[in-house]
Design a protein around this ligand. Structure first.
Ligand SMILES: [Fe+2]
Length: 384
């Protein structure tokens, strides 16, 4: 598979084996004592241990912080900030999937801030409250292909007091360099491969459907969708297909690049379900996807027809909808929320949380509570 260097949206060193360039990347980002931040589940796996060994063999004085749970909470960030400050680290290696990458980025951002983290939630111009000099440089190394957080300027952290997911944003949270090495994703279990891959698809699809004029995001999203349709089934069937894994890694970065345009009801419903039931983010998106498409149909029919044509399908909405359902079936994504161990006991609360979720505003039709509950009920019952 070809190797490549991209400078959009940041410097991306893409290709198998590029993890070997991590010591060099640290040097060019001006980091001499990095803290590698990843999630607890990943800390002892070979992919992490090999990377630490690679750094130590190159004479890099690297520390490890791995007290990060899936759907990371503010306590994880606070613990990491403490380790970072006490250890005198001068940069962060954001390593892992969405949880590890997001937590790492927020820790680097918070390194020299004096205000509490929630003061920097992605609301209006709150990010300007931050002292840019207090933000440490970040090198991102994704080990999943889905979140795309490696090319994003934000981190999603759960506020454990209210069980809500909040976005912390600052332009300088964009990693200086990304090492996108598909070989690092080869050991991912099937559930995570599929879930994260479907997250990438949800990012591209929701960005493409979000209202507003952003042809660059639209173009990136459409190609990202093609890459997922062609490569996620290959990766699910053969976990060692590095080329297909590389395309999935590209699709993940493309999704996160495109969703600066907006997300929508898939994420607006997935966030509260994830926060209340601790379900996997990408897999939750995958469950909601067809129901949201149908509810949004009147607003997106034309653009979905164009997308279907690009994918080689009949140029209409139904062809794309069936392709999504077929893809889910092939990948063994649960068809209903009930199959996913989510019941209707928190239905009302989920409706309330969905409409105030930061992503709700990007839905192509207004996400009223009635509409959010309609989507939830359809997903619960499997009524497309
Ligand atoms: Fe997502």
């Amino acid at each position: 598979m070809t190797k490549a260097n991209w400078n959009y949206p940041t410097a991306v060193k893409f290709g198998p084996g590029r993890i070997a360039e991590l010591p060099e990347a640290l040097k060019s980002a001006g980091i001499s004592k990095p803290l590698l931040v990843t999630d607890a589940g990943l800390a002892n796996l070979p992919v992490t241990q090999n990377t630490l060994a690679l750094l130590r063999n190159a004479g890099v004085d690297v520390g490890l912080f791995a007290e990060v749970k899936p759907n990371p909470i503010s306590a994880n960030v606070e613990a990491g900030i403490k380790v970072l400050r006490e250890g005198g680290y001068d940069g962060v290696i954001a390593f892992g999937g969405g949880s590890g990458l997001d937590t790492a980025k927020v820790i680097a951002f918070m390194a020299g801030q004096t205000r509490p983290m929630w003061d920097f939630e992605d609301i209006g111009d709150w990010w300007t409250r931050a002292d840019p000099k207090g933000i440490l440089p970040i090198i991102a190394v994704p080990t999943t292909a889905g979140t795309g957080s490696e090319v994003g300027r934000a981190g999603v952290i759960t506020d454990e007091t209210t069980h809500t997911k909040k976005v912390i944003f600052h332009p300088l949270m964009m990693p200086k360099i990304v090492i996108a090495d598909p070989e690092l994703t080869v050991g991912m279990p099937r559930f995570i491969t599929v879930g994260t891959g479907m997250d990438a698809l949800a990012h591209c699809l929701e960005a493409y459907c979000a209202p507003g004029y952003h042809p660059m995001a639209d173009g990136i999203a459409v190609e990202g969708i093609r890459l997922v349709f062609e490569n996620l089934p290959k990766v699910a069937a053969n976990p060692n297909d590095v080329e297909a894994r590389g395309h999935m890694m590209s699709a993940a970065a493309m999704g996160a690049t495109a969703f600066q345009k907006g997300l929508g009801a898939i994420h607006a419903l997935s966030h509260p379900v994830g926060a209340l039931y601790d379900t996997h983010h990408g897999m939750t998106n995958a469950v909601f996807m067809p129901y949201v498409l149908v509810v949004n149909q009147s607003a997106i029919e034309g653009r979905i027809a164009r997308l279907a044509a690009y994918l080689g399908l009949a140029p209409n909405f139904d062809a794309f909808l069936h392709a999504v359902i077929g893809l889910r079936l092939r990948l063994e994504v649960p068809h209903t929320l009930r199959d996913f161990k989510v019941d209707d006991s928190k239905r009302d609360k989920i409706g309330d949380m969905a409409i105030v979720d930061p992503t709700a505003g990007g839905n192509p039709i207004e996400l009223t509570k009635a509409r959010a509950l309609d989507i939830f009920d359809r997903a619960l019952e499997g009524r497309v």
